[in-house]
Design a binder for this molecule. Structure first.
Ligand SMILES: [Zn+2]
Length: 372
C-alpha cells in the first residue's frame, strides 16, 4: 500500500535537556522497486536542497512510485540552527567524519547514527549540497558507482573526481551503494531556478531507476570534467567578484580576474583571484561582494579542455576541442599534485574511455568506445 510516513531517529539529549532527533520522510510506492535515500543539510548553511525535498514531498504521488524514497531533510540539525557549515558544538565538518564513532565527538556520534540507522537498506543515495551562505554552485559530483545517475540527474556539468575521505558518499560507495552528490544553488541567489532544476533532477533519478514512468529529461550537452580547482583566498577581507551568475557553467580564459579581495579597513586590494586554467569552467561563484576568510571557497573551476572534458551528447561521448593545459597556472594554483595524477576513467553505462589524459598532455589520442 502506498503511503507517506514521518518519523524521527533519536540522536541524543542536549545539555539543555532537549531531545535531538533526525527527521525521516518515507514515501512508499504501491509496487516493488529500489529504495532510494536522499540527504540534505549535512552542512547547516546549505538550505536549498531542503526546499527541494519539501516540493518533492508535496509533488511525488506514492501511487505512481515503485519502491521507496527515504529522505532526511535535515541531517545536521544543530548546524542548521546556527546556519553554519560545521556543527557548532565541536566545530566539526559532518561530511569529513563518516562513518563516525559511537562514543566520539558529537558530530562523530551523529555520523555514526546516520550510518547505522539510515544507510542500511538503501540501494542508491543522492546526497544534496549547495554553495552555502555566500557561494552559488551548479554541478553533479559523480561517484564511480553511479555514472548513469549523474548523467540522468540532468545538470550541465558532471564532475568525476575523488570523493573526500570521511564524506557520506565515500562510505556509501564503499558499501556498494551507488551515490551521487548534488551541488546546487546557494547564496540565496536564483533560488527559484535551482529549486526547479533540483526537483527535475530528483524526478529524473527516479525515472532512471524505473521508480517512476518516463525518461529523464537531460540537456543536449553535458560536460564531464575530471580536475576541479578550488580557488581560495590566502587572505581574508571582502571579495568583490568580477564574474557573476551569468558566468556559472561558462568557460573563462586562464588569467581572467574572478574577484579581488579588498581590505574592509583601508579599501586596499590585497589579493587577486584568477582563473587557473586556459579554459576554466566556472561551477562555483560568489556573485555579490561577500566576506571571505583565508581558505574559504571563493570560486571553483574545473578544466574545460580536450584533455579531460567531453560532452555527453545524447548518451554518447564527444570530444571537445580546446586549448592545452597551462602548466604555469597549474603550479600557481598549487595544483602540482593534480598534474602528476593519471586519471584514466570509465564511465560505465554511458561511454568509456581509458586514455591517460594528463600524462599524454598535448596529445589528443583519446579513445572513446561506443555506448555500453
Ligand atoms: Zn555541503
Amino acid at each position: 500500500m502506498s503511503e507517506r510516513t514521518y518519523r524521527e531517529i533519536p540522536i541524543t539529549t542536549l545539555a539543555n535537556g532537549y531531545s535531538l532527533a533526525l527527521p525521516v520522510h518515507e514515501i512508499t510506492g504501491d509496487r516493488p522497486g529500489p529504495t532510494l535515500g536522499m540527504t540534505a543539510l549535512i552542512h547547516g548553511d546549505e538550505l536549498l536542497p531542503n526546499i527541494v525535498f519539501r516540493r518533492l514531498w508535496q509533488e511525488l504521488d506514492p501511487a505512481e512510485l515503485r519502491g521507496k524514497l527515504i529522505m532526511i531533510p535535515v541531517a545536521n540539525p544543530l548546524a542548521l540552527e546556527s546556519f553554519t557549515r560545521n556543527t557548532p558544538q565541536d566545530m566539526s565538518n559532518l561530511n569529513r567524519v563518516f562513518p563516525g564513532v559511537a562514543d566520539g565527538m558529537f558530530t562523530e556520534q551523529l555520523a555514526h547514527i546516520i550510518m547505522e540507522e539510515f544507510v542500511p537498506g538503501l540501494d542508491y543515495l543522492v546526497d544534496w549540497h549547495a554553495g552555502g551562505t555566500f557561494p552559488v554552485v551548479d554541478y553533479v559530483f559523480m561517484s564511480p558507482g553511479a555514472p548513469t545517475l549523474a548523467h540522468a540527474f540532468g545538470l550541465s556539468v558532471i564532475y568525476d573526481g575523488p570523493i573526500f575521505e570521511g564524506a557520506l558518499a565515500n562510505l556509501t560507495e564503499k558499501q556498494g551503494i551507488p551515490t551521487i552528490i548534488i551541488e546546487i544553488g546557494g547564496g540565496a541567489l536564483r533560488d527559484a531556478l535551482y529549486i526547479e532544476s533540483g526537483l527535475r533532477g530528483a524526478f529524473n533519478v527516479m525515472k532512471e531507476l524505473d521508480m517512476l514512468d518516463g525518461d529523464p529529461t537531460v540537456p543536449d550537452e553535458q560536460i564531464l570534467v575530471k580536475q576541479l580547482a578550488t580557488i581560495r583566498p590566502s587572505m581574508g577581507g571582502v571579495l568583490y567578484p568580477e564574474v557573476g551568475l551569468d558566468h556559472l557553467g561558462k568557460v573563462v580564459p586562464g588569467g581572467s580576474v574572478l574577484g579581488r579581495v579588498i581590505s574592509p579597513y583601508t579599501f586596499e586590494e590585497i589579493e587577486v583571484l584568477e582563473a587557473p586554467f586556459e579554459r576554466s569552467l566556472l561551477v562555483l561563484v560568489r556573485a555579490t561582494p561577500t566576506r571571505v576568510n583565508p581558505g574559504d571557497y571563493a570560486f571553483m573551476a574545473p578544466i574545460a579542455g580536450q584533455l579531460i572534458a567531453e560532452s555527453i551528447l545524447h548518451g554518447e561521448m564527444k570530444k571537445v576541442e580546446s586549448d592545452a593545459l597551462n602548466p604555469a597556472r597549474y603550479e600557481a594554483a598549487g595544483l602540482a599534485a593534480m598534474k602528476a595524477q593519471s586519471p584514466g576513467f570509465t564511465l560505465v553505462g554511458v561511454a568509456r574511455t581509458s586514455t591517460n589524459r594528463l600524462r599524454s598532455k598535448g596529445a589528443s589520442s583519446t579513445s572513446i568506445s561506443s555506448k555500453v
